[in-house]
Design a protein around this ligand. Sequence first.
Ligand code: THU
Length: 133
Amino acid sequence: MPGIDELFAQAKAAQARAYAPYSRFPVGAALRTASGAVFVGCNLENAAYPLGICAETSAIAAMISAGERRIAEILVLGPGPGRIAPCGACRQRIAEFGAGALVHLADARGEVETLALADLLPRAFGPDAFKGE
Ligand code: THU
């Protein structure tokens, strides 16, 4: 299984490929699925600003496109010296495929703060809401 160091290295490589000419705020994400596969994402912006996509969302798209569905852990890395946390929309998207996931917030040196997704998004609305419909 890839460790956190591997997720950090892959997120950093993805961050270098970010398309963020408007915010100049490149973000990288790397997630590990239950099977051990790693998928990466970076943010990609658009001249029509609201169309931008976050790094976490593009990593999830890569995972789904490859036929995987369960996020075990995800690491996110911003451009500054400090840590960033996923935006609200990305927390909801992570919850869809990883309600029990761990979220690693990495600083520039690769030191991580690890949180449970459930702590970042308590009482999330999710697929379970449709059970027994
Ligand atoms: N962004 C991400 O990709 N992930 C986050 O967790 C926070 C923000 C992106 C969106 C936008 O392209 C840029 O960072 C500035 O908000």
